[in-house]
Design a binder for this molecule. Structure first.
Ligand SMILES: [Zn+2]
Length: 231
């Protein structure tokens, strides 16, 4: 066996299957539909090994998606090895986040409805629920507009993300990041739930945000649990 590129020799079956299961779950939750949205995971690399990622393919419906259709890409998001599929059209967004955020190992992008309401209104979601500060990092910002699939969308999204775990992409959707795919899914679900609460609360009355002193304490908790706090 040629062991020059150990990562390329590996199948990464578990990680591929986890991506398939994650997209199916998002589909069941109504957070993606057809082939919209996407996800990726960073693969462990050491020494001189190339940086590699697994990403969902472009244009494959989630009800038929298989582990074999997940695309292995290099750190320029170009497919490597034998694959019939192309990586998601938003691969540049994934690359931009992995390049900038060493703490991020998995990314989920959805077109979920309530986050998209905020994307259409270009309105950030302030800290209205304690949980969102602890797990997302605070206000969920909205990016400047960028055309789908372009470096501009990737750059603007990264800017809106900052050091947090989610951001809304203007006129498009949202994305969530974390150290595992499972945690990214949890963050994505939380973003959608918070957006739903915000939209409904805004329609029915005055919104009372989380008090500043609590946001400050919760932000510290976020920075500590994500390892982003420099000690
Ligand atoms: Zn999208």
């Amino acid at each position: 066996m040629n062991c020059k590129e150990p990562s390329l020799d590996m199948n990464w079956q578990d990680q591929r299957q986890e991506l398939v299961d994650t997209m199916r779950k998002l589909d069941q939750l109504g957070m993606v539909s057809g082939s919209s949205g996407n996800a990726s995971v960073r693969l462990p690399a050491s020494g001189t090994q190339k940086k590699l990622f697994l990403v969902t393919p472009a244009g494959v419906s989630y009800d038929t998606l298989t582990a074999e259709q997940i695309v292995l890409v290099d750190d320029d998001m170009n497919p490597v090895g034998n694959t019939a599929e192309s990586p998601t059209s938003e691969a540049l967004l994934h690359k931009a986040v992995y390049d900038q955020r060493r703490d991020v190992e998995a990314i989920i992008h959805t077109h979920s409805v309530y986050a998209s309401v905020q994307a259409v209104k270009a309105e950030a979601i302030p800290p209205i629920i304690d949980e969102m500060v602890v797990y997302i990092g605070g206000t969920i910002e909205v990016s400047e507009y960028g055309f789908p699939g372009t470096p501009e969308l990737a750059e603007n999204s990264l800017k809106a993300l900052g050091d947090k775990r989610a951001a809304i992409i203007r006129n498009h959707g949202m994305f969530a990041v974390a150290d595992t795919l499972k945690e990214s899914l949890r963050v994505a679900e939380l973003v959608e739930r918070v957006a739903k609460i915000y939209v409904n609360a805004k329609m029915s009355g005055t919104i009372i945000p989380v008090p500043d002193h609590a946001v400050e304490a919760e932000r510290e908790m976020y920075l500590t649990r994500t390892g982003l706090k420099l000690t």
